[in-house]
Design a binder for this molecule. Structure first.
Ligand SMILES: [Fe+2]
Ligand SMILES: [Fe+2]
Length: 263
């Protein structure tokens, strides 16, 4: 079986949006044969090493496996290293090429499909049937009233997070939650989409300082449920779908874990 058949299937179940230029092969192409596939939210060199020992020929990753740098002339704050000079990128490229691994990224198509990131997260949290407003792209969910403290406990245990950063009064009762999932907390645009809908708390990932300060101004509680943890479930689903469609192949889901520790 050729790798292209797997890629075609994924685009069949999660169509590429018109702007989805990032959903491409990062290494190799569709012409190679495949017997084993690794699926992860973000395939790391550790995972590539494991794939090599198991003979998997294809990796499907939501996030880009190479750490892109801007062109040095486009960056005013310092002299940026070139993408292909960065040690991590060289090592990943060498690992992948040495073991003949093909990598395809599936990013915005998985974020946007009806079983993708935010939907999978809601199902994981048991919120799938609650009223939701998707009119502004970033959803707002109406949940049964719960204290911020209890909500944090639910998020921690369900998303298997060793700790959670938050801001707000733990006794506050939360009813409406905006969910700028994944990396949408890296700026305030994500939560700005949901702002006109009104909500008590926002749950997102990679939430920056400025988003917390904006939240205080607006009276929103904040829970940083982490970039990886708010996106993992959809990639797990993708692995299950690929395995079901191609039972003759070995499909392994690799789970990314919490990158931080706290003291
Ligand atoms: Fe995403
Ligand atoms: Fe992401």
């Amino acid at each position: 079986m050729k790798i292209q058949e797997i890629v075609d299937y994924v685009f069949e179940i999660a169509p590429n949006p018109p702007f989805g230029t990032e959903n491409i092969f990062e290494f190799g192409d569709g012409s190679r044969d495949v017997t084993g596939i690794a699926v992860a939210w973000w395939i790391t060199s550790e995972m590539f090493e494991d794939m090599a020992t198991k003979g998997y020929e294809l990796g499907l990753s939501h996030e880009r496996v190479i750490y892109d740098m801007p062109q040095p002339e486009d960056y005013v704050w310092g002299k940026v290293i070139k993408t292909d000079e960065l040690g991590a990128n060289r090592r990943i490229a060498q690992l992948v090429n040495q073991h003949g691994i093909t990598v395809h990224r599936f990013h915005s198509n998985i974020d946007l499909v009806e079983w993708g990131m935010p939907h999978a997260l809601f199902d994981q949290l048991g919120w799938g049937d609650y009223p939701m407003d998707w009119s502004r792209g970033v959803p707002v969910v109406e949940i049964p009233p719960i204290s911020l403290e209890q909500l944090i406990a639910t998020i921690k245990s369900t998303l298997r997070l060793p700790f959670v950063r938050y801001d707000g009064d733990l006794k506050r009762i939360i009813r409406r939650v905006a969910v700028p999932w994944g990396g949408l907390g890296q700026w305030w645009t994500g939560v700005g989409c949901a702002a006109p809908l009104g909500f008590d708390a926002l749950i997102g990932g990679d939430i920056i300082d400025g988003v917390v300060r904006l939240a205080r101004e607006e009276g929103w509680a904040v829970i940083d449920a982490m970039h990886h943890a708010t996106e993992l479930e959809a990639m797990k689903r993708l692995a299950e779908k690929v395995q079901q469609r191609f039972p003759q192949l070995k499909v392994e889901y690799y789970e990314n874990s919490m990158p931080w520790a706290v003291l």
